[in-house]
Unconditional design. Sequence first.
Length: 156
Amino acid sequence: MKCPYCGHLEDRVIDSRPTDEGSAIRRRRECAKCLKRFTTYEKVENIPLMVIKKDRSREPFDREKILNGLLRACEKRPVSVHDLEKLVDEIEAFVYNSMQREVTTRAIGELVMERLKDLDEVAYVRFASVYRQFKDINTFADELKKLLKNKEEGHD
């Protein structure tokens, strides 16, 4: 760390303690050359995650949009809000851990469907019908056939 007084690049940490409820670390340092003390703060860098929509526009990632879609799909289904929040947590962690700064709505939708299928099949079909914009009953029936085939083959 460069000393703010003399510009020397060597120092020693005298004291470290968490601040801002643990979201940052405050460090007291002493310059190895001029012996003056100064304070630095260390925080986690938040990488903004942008979502690329179908029309190619971009907007910040919003977990609430995923949760709201899941709540609609699970309406009157035996799925707890806790389970849905856990599912959103998993998706959010997966997306952020991918270290990509942009993700498509299509990729997010596929992640949601992949996890929702295991949670509640009726909610999965509801979500898929909106997400995939089924044009007619045949498209809807094809999705149900795929779901039943996977279930029969033991691929839950």
